[in-house]
Design a protein around this ligand. Structure first.
Ligand code: SF4
Length: 432
């Protein structure tokens, strides 16, 4: 293992010094030149109501701000921040930049914000998988990948390698889920150039990828490496995940003919044993967690697996979060929701909602008359999602009342008491 493979882990102390030291320790700026066009790729995967806290979900604007300051000290002037976020009625790349507070950096430092969803894209075929990848990452002279420290229900961790999915077109992102998500992540990482990988660990998110089911922790860590795999190995260990159990990391290692077991990395700085945010990651039932937070019984949402993509996931998560907030403690009439391509209707529930085209196609024998409701769309819009959930689970009068209330209130003003315990100084919204 050469020097360029080293990982540095430092404590975040809200100054540029710790970040600068982490970058210096791993030789992160060795190749950087003043005249370079630098592209920063944060993880701002989604734009949401700011009353749904972003801790551990998206890269903090504070971390990006310190990075910009350090780059400017190096004399770099041509800096852009690029992301291709989930697109729904309420989310797009620009609302995601606002959710993370990154939009204000554009005005303050004169950096450009690039929506990678808009293209142009180049088509690249790797081992029979076709990808449309944003030209911006190839046009940049120096790419800095800034992930968040979080678990992900589909891939165990969402770190540097998964973060680069934001460089794909919307079509390619969907296809990753339809084909083989973990293999796709490994494959696009063989061609997307990255010069420096950073993990923003000011907050970690256990049971992510979103706070709806996740448990954020203040962890004050910075992980840095020129090598994306080693950076992710260190991040996994901090998250209590054995890197050898992360399929996309194993696959990438094989594709790159790297034979060492995925835990042997040279780490400078903090000792993993002392900074782990959890000893062992246990994958929880994401949706059951949301129902439990609302004290709601009589409903199940079986794990949709790796085939559900962000469009369906994004809309139904928010719709259920609002539903659970507004209907705390109720007992439902033995209902189930099926989404993605991997789940079959159980047939023993009083009511089943088949959510999205994938679930409907995968259950084409299911007949609507037998307590089965089908909501098509790829994905179904948020409004149709939310109104169908209300009409499926509540009586007509109550469903109409709640729908009217939500329309008058506007979703972005909705408040969520589930997160009231995330208070300063531990959880500081000024980091976003
Ligand atoms: S129906 Fe939903 S899960 Fe299936 S491809 Fe469309 S958005 Fe993705």
């Amino acid at each position: 293992m050469g020097e360029s493979d080293e990982v540095s882990i430092n404590r975040f102390d809200d100054s540029p010094d710790a970040l600068r030291q982490a970058i210096d320790f791993c030789g992160g700026f060795d190749r950087l030149r003043k005249h370079f066009f630098v592209l920063i790729k944060p993880n701002v995967c989604v734009g949401r109501n700011r009353n749904i806290p972003p801790f551990g979900v998206v890269t903090t604007s504070r971390f990006i701000e310190l990075l910009i300051q350090i780059l400017m000290e190096e004399g770099v002037r041509d800096i852009s921040i690029g992301e291709g976020s989930i697109v729904t009625a309420m989310s797009n790349t620009m609302t995601a930049f606002a959710y993370a507070g990154i939009d204000r950096l554009s005005k303050k430092y004169g950096v450009k914000l690039i929506d990678l969803n808009r293209g142009p894209f180049r088509k690249i075929s790797i081992k029979g998988f076709d990808f449309e990848l944003s030209d911006a990452v190839f046009d940049a002279d120096f790419v800095i990948n800034v992930a968040v420290l979080k678990n992900h229900f589909q891939t165990k961790v969402s770190l540097c390698m998964k973060n680069l999915k934001g460089c794909l077109s919307k079509k390619s992102k969907r296809e990753c889920h339809k084909r083989d998500l973990e293999r796709s992540i490994a494959l696009y990482n063989t061609v997307i150039p990255v010069d420096l990988n950073l993990i923003d660990g000011i907050y970690a998110l256990i049971n992510g990828p979103w706070i709806d089911s996740g448990v954020p922790r203040r962890s004050d860590l910075i992980i840095a490496s020129k090598d994306r795999l080693n950076c992710d190995i260190a991040g996994s260990l901090v998250l209590g995940v054995d890197p050898n159990d992360v399929a996309h990391m194993k696959e990438f290692s094989m594709l790159k003919s790297r034979s060492a077991p995925l835990c042997e990395v040279n780490i400078r700085g903090e000792k993993i044993e002392k900074i782990r945010v959890q000893d062992r990651y246990e994958q929880n039932d994401l949706f059951q967690e949301i129902f439990q937070r609302g004290g709601i019984k009589g409903i199940c949402f079986p794990d949709p697996g790796k085939s559900i993509c962000s469009g369906c996931f994004g809309n139904i998560m928010v719709a259920l979060l609002i539903f659970c907030q507004d209907n705390q403690g109720i007992l439902l009439d033995d209902a189930e929701i099926i989404a993605g391509k991997e789940r079959k209707v159980t047939g023993n529930r009083n009511v089943t909602l088949l959510y999205g085209d994938c679930a409907i196609e995968n259950n084409e024998d299911a007949q609507e008359s037998k307590g089965i409701i089908k909501l098509g769309g790829c994905p179904p819009t948020f409004y149709r999602t939310y109104s169908t959930i209300l009409k499926t689970l509540l009586n007509e009068k109550e469903a109409d009342r709640q729908l009217f209330e939500m329309i008058s209130l506007k979703t972005k003003e909705k408040e969520f008491s589930f997160f009231d315990h995330l208070e300063p100084p531990t959880f500081d919204i000024r980091h976003f």
